[in-house]
Write a protein that binds this ligand. Sequence first.
Ligand SMILES: NC(=O)C1=CN([C@@H]2O[C@H](COP(=O)(O)OP(=O)(O)OC[C@H]3O[C@@H](n4cnc5c(N)ncnc54)[C@H](OP(=O)(O)O)[C@@H]3O)[C@@H](O)[C@H]2O)C=CC1
Ligand SMILES: CC(=O)[C@](C)(O)C(=O)O
Ligand SMILES: [Mg+2]
Ligand SMILES: [Mg+2]
Length: 490
Amino acid sequence: MANYFNTLPLREQLAQLAQCEFMDASEFTDGVNALKGKKLVIVGCGAQGLNQGLNLRDSGLDVSYTLRDSAIAERRQSFLNASENGFTVGTYQELIPTADVVLNLTPDKQHTAVVNAIMPLMKHGSTLAYSHGFNIVEEGMQVREDITVIMVAPKCPGSEVREEYKRGFGVPTLIAVHPENDPQGHGLAQAKAYAAGTGGDRAGVLKSSFIAEVKSDLMGEQTILCGMLQTGSILCFDKMIEKGIDAGYASKLIQFGWEVITEALKYGGVTNMLDRLSNPAKVKAFELSEELKVIMRPLYNKHQDDIIDGTFSRVMMEDWANDDANLLKWRAETAETNFEKTPAGDVEISEQEFFDNGILMVAMVKAGVELAFETMTAAGIIEESAYYESLHETPLIANTIARKKLFEMNRTISDTAEYGCYLYNHACLPLLADFMKNIDTDVIGKGLGEQSNQVDNKALIEINTALREHPVEIVGAKLRGYMSAMKKIV
Ligand SMILES: NC(=O)C1=CN([C@@H]2O[C@H](COP(=O)(O)OP(=O)(O)OC[C@H]3O[C@@H](n4cnc5c(N)ncnc54)[C@H](OP(=O)(O)O)[C@@H]3O)[C@@H](O)[C@H]2O)C=CC1
Ligand SMILES: CC(=O)[C@](C)(O)C(=O)O
Ligand SMILES: [Mg+2]
Ligand SMILES: [Mg+2]
């Protein structure tokens, strides 16, 4: 098989990258009806599999799970996830032939093996669904021509797909129909019903393409969403320890700080996040962010370039072939970082204190969100897609760090995301070494401690204008206007 994207002429590549149509609520008035009475069989019951299945069942759909024989025989966690939640669990032979829709929610590295195993068992005219475009786009999987191939990709870690649904909200979702596999012309109707079933229509759905999803998803997860938060956690913690800040305080400020500051982002964009700072702190955060953007822009461009031309996928698949040697090594190294090994202290930190003492964290989030958005849109990704993949998903990833630090983030995100996060982290730590030499506790750990809120009016006006006029803020205001069901969590 060959990389599907690289087989296309440039014109078609650009057209597929630009596939992005915001779907109005009126397009979901049929809810889950297109899948009502159909048998949905999910392969895999992990981060996405379990949480999507719970939502789909709560939305009135017929959901069961098929797992590897060994998972059932050894009663592995995936078997327990499904059986303890009251789902029917069966082998491929038992359930795949009965399925109208097979949802492939196994790790990307397993997709070729899984699809080759289940395709012969899939009934004529059934549907194969993915939640990420990697297998179709980066590996060029070719599916039997009678099978409809769709994608419903939550822009969110699996755990929060469920948490937002339980709050009565949902998570932004990209849907697509593979142009090579829509023999009955009902792929879009089924994808819309699936997105309604997971609650995605409550947050926002984009009619996208497998190519647009994969080229943006890989970029978001490697940079702002996981790579930046991992790098920022390590750098900020080590700096506070170097400067004599109490280790328990430093650990708590970071573990819970990303969630608190990015909740402001989720509600009101970068503007609202910086408006939560005092004027002097806002000026400082803006200056640090501009410095960070200059330093990190080449790295963001390299990640996007490697994703677009297939270099990233090729390198990661070499690790797959080497039994995940690097992924497992880097996972173990992350566990040994000082931040990961230091429990959050039993110390009170007010909501405002996370902002006041986390100015550098605010600057890192601003720089990462804006850089990721700018880099994706420069590569041909449409603004709505870039917004969901950078700004809106950052707080959802931060929620996982608040639970159990980087361990929980890297456990919950896909192995694909985790691998890309480490690549970014390894490159960004040395890139920011000189920048961090000039950092002190006024911007991470203690705050400016300023006596007055006075700043130069002209400078503040220029900063406020720059914040409000960034394109991520313009498209964000529109998309957040649709999210009337969004619920606060901090
Ligand atoms: N994690 C996330 O938050 C997101 C993931 N995605 C996408 O969703 C898909 C699933 O990812 P994710 O939920 O992270 O996966 P997980 O690693 O969390 O779960 C994988 C599941 O598949 C099973 N599995 C693993 N290997 C095989 C195999 N060879 N054959 C059959 N089953 C297997 C595992 O069970 P067992 O090993 O016991 O058999 C487990 O139940 C991927 O395409 C990913 O890119 C999309 C958005 C976000
Ligand atoms: C959670 C999500 O959207 C990621 C980061 O893309 C993934 O886990 O693959
Ligand atoms: Mg993603
Ligand atoms: Mg992903």
